[in-house]
Design a protein around this ligand. Structure first.
Ligand code: NAD
Length: 244
């Protein structure tokens, strides 16, 4: 059998947000290796992505940005099969410490960005006969650590927004799932206080941090036709953290 026939995303067009580094980058690169046409988007410049990865600038909090990028993808490729809403930021403030600006920043990227992305891609998925939307939440979307109030709020919202969209668009064969990472080594966690990192890893039954590819494999499953009966689900990849 020829090698390309085995690739799991052959013929699919996929857009990944926040793909300049970390989990999003690993997803974009794995999708490209698996045969997808990948539009990797990021807020700033993204260097050295694979040769077949098409990079575009996109701030997910920008309505006009989404409209222009999605219109461009549909004009160039005629379809959009997979959206990975991965871009995310964290703030560590407790409720009494948050300013309205810092709350709004986190919600704009993590929650409004996810909604805008879904809104913009759904019409082309409807007319194309279906699609797969993967919204990246977090273990902190369903259980708490102290602080990081806006992050918890936004990641919890993503879980329920995904279920709502799954039900709303099931008749269009558009599957919508949440991907729920535990502690993954990325520039985000590298920039986090050591005491938080040590505590989360200590509470991870497998006893270590996860790698970005361990999340990308979950995204690959949800993007591919192997998950054709999976919608409204939460795919937890967390070394056992949420099982406790
Ligand atoms: P990261 O900080 O390494 O990468 C996130 C990327 O998103 C960056 O490239 C950043 O520039 C981009 N981004 C931020 N705001 C944006 C915006 N408004 N528009 C476009 N791009 C924007 O983080 P990561 O660890 O790779 O996290 C990826 C996703 O996984 C996030 O949604 C994060 O909340 C989630 N997550 C990460 C972990 C972890 O342990 N690393 C755990 C659970 C969930």
């Amino acid at each position: 059998m020829n090698e390309s026939a085995n690739r799991r995303l052959m013929g699919k067009v996929a857009l990944v947000t926040g793909a300049g580094r970390g989990i999003g980058r690993a997803i974009a690169e794995m999708f490209e290796r698996e045969g997808a046409t990948v539009i990797a988007t990021a807020r700033g410049a993204a260097h050295n992505l694979g040769p077949a990865v098409n990079y575009q600038q996109l701030d997910v909090a920008s309505e006009a940005g989404w409209q222009s990028v999605v219109a461009g993808v549909v004009a160039s490729h005629g379809r959009l099969d997979v959206l990975v809403n991965n871009a995310g930021i964290i703030g560590y403030e407790a409720p009494h410490e948050l300013t309205l600006d810092s709350w709004n920043d986190v919600v704009a990227t993590n929650q409004t960005g996810v909604w805008l992305g879904m809104r913009e891609v759904i019409p082309s998925m409807q007319s194309g006969g279906g699609g797969s939307i993967i919204n990246v939440s977090s273990i902190w979307g369903s259980v708490a650590v102290a602080g990081a109030h806006a992050y918890h709020a936004s990641k919890g919202a993503v879980l329920n927004m995904s279920k709502n969209a799954a039900i709303t668009y099931a008749q269009n064969n558009i599957r919508v799932n949440s991907l729920v990472p535990g502690f993954i080594e990325t520039p985000l966690t590298d920039g986090q206080a050591d005491e938080i990192n040590k505590a989360v890893i200590a509470n991870t039954p497998l006893g270590r941090a996860g790698a970005t590819d361990e999340i990308a494999y979950g995204a690959l499953f949800l993007a591919s036709d192997e998950s054709s009966f999976v919608t409204g689900a939460e795919l937890v990849i967390d070394g056992g953290y949420l099982a406790q």
